[in-house]
Ligand binder design. Structure first.
Ligand code: HEM
Ligand SMILES: CC(C)=CCC/C(C)=C/CC/C(C)=C/COP(=O)(O)OP(=O)(O)O
Length: 308
């Protein structure tokens, strides 16, 4: 019997949409859009829209490849077992072909419409997420999201390069901010959601190093993030650096992030009845943090250096 004959439901557009991990990718795309809007110089709006679309489609393609590769793992976890492939609505090869199609298409359009440096960075970030993180690091080391998280830090670099055509200090700083942000973002979630990764043999930090060590490491990354988030204020406007609007926002956002991380880092859950409120607050703050920080960067550039 073919696999298709055993599928309970045919996949429809909603399943393909789900393959792109749209909720998570909203923030990924937003950081790319903001970098594009904050970069010195300007880009034709149609080309700017095209560049952001390519980032979105490329990220979605990489996410579809993640679904394809991890179908067996996803089937073993409650959080992911209703995804299109493990639920039996879609064949694995459909996700693979969809992922390859989106990935190749987005890189080609980026190269032809915007430039080949932006396209090369997009191609690299797709390979980073789909191969380096998903296939190589994730099943092997608890540092998986520290190193692998770099994939999610690429969109601002790509958005910036789409406008300026080269990689300078400021987009590297934006990359580093997301790189430093990712471990507290994910580990906070892993402290309060039963991710089930241990059940399927994925060595996530709380399981391998223990909760206490994970809490301490969250604190270290949050402490490093605070000064790092202020580095854009040291870079001149002409090179895309930021002013007091961004500086104020970064101080408040990173200060709040650090305070919440100190609470999470220093506390021990009281037992099964513990609501894990600080951990939940830290995760939600992590999402608001990145949205607001990148929005502030755009506001700063448009208000303080409109003619750049
Ligand atoms: C390797 C790094 C990362 C890991 C392991 C990770 C993991 C997760 C997990 C497991 C969730 C729970 C919800 C879900 O599964 O949809 C989540 C939520 C989320 N993540 Fe991450 N994440 C990572 C990096 C990022 C990056 C780089 C961004 C954006 C810049 C991001 C943005 C989000 C957002 C916006 C949500 C909330 C989605 C919702 O409302 O359902 N994540 N993340
Ligand atoms: C442009 C481009 C390619 C951007 C990629 C952006 C990127 C790497 C985002 C990572 C976010 C993400 C979905 C993490 C989930 O980890 P997981 O996949 O381990 O989570 P799962 O267990 O839910 O599958």
């Amino acid at each position: 019997m073919t696999q298709a004959a055993t599928l309970p439901l045919p996949a429809d557009w909603r399943d393909f949409y789900q393959l792109t991990k749209p909720r998570v990718m909203t923030l990924v795309i937003f950081t790319g859009l903001c970098a594009l809007l904050a970069a010195p110089g300007s880009i034709n709006p149609v080309l700017g829209f095209t560049a952001v679309l390519c980032i979105a489609v490329g990220a979605g393609g990489a996410a579809a490849l993640n679904h394809w590769w991890e179908a067996d793992i996803d089937a073993g976890m409650r959080r992911t077992q209703s995804r299109p492939i493990p639920s039996g609505r879609m064949e694995r090869t459909a996700a693979r072909d969809f992922g390859i199609g989106l990935s190749v298409g987005s890189v080609l359009v980026m190269g032809l419409a915007i430039g080949w440096l932006a396209a090369a960075l997009l191609a690299f970030s797709i390979v980073y997420y789909a191969v380096i993180y998903t296939i190589w690091l994730k099943p092997r080391t608890p540092q998986n999201i520290v190193i692998g998280g770099g994939a999610g830090a690429f969109p601002p670099l790509i958005g910036w390069v789409a406008v300026t055509g080269d990689v300078t200090l400021m987009p590297i700083v934006l990359f580093s901010i997301i790189f430093m942000w990712t471990p507290p973002h994910f580990w906070a979630l892993a402290l309060f959601v039963q991710t089930d990764y241990a059940k399927v043999g994925i060595p996530m930090m709380p399981v391998v190093a223990g909760e206490a060590s994970t809490r301490r490491q969250i604190l270290v990354y949050a402490a490093l993030l605070l000064p790092l988030s202020l580095v854009p204020c040291l870079i001149p406007f002409a090179q895309g650096g930021a002013g007091w609007i961004y500086g104020l926002a970064a101080s408040v956002l990173s200060g709040g992030f650090l305070l919440l991380s100190i609470r999470v880092g220093l506390r021990r859950p009281t037992g099964p009845d513990d609501t894990l409120k600080p951990e939940k607050q830290l995760f939600f703050w992590s999402i608001i943090y990145l949205f607001a920080l990148f929005a502030a960067l755009v506001a700063d550039r448009w208000i303080l250096a409109p003619g750049l």
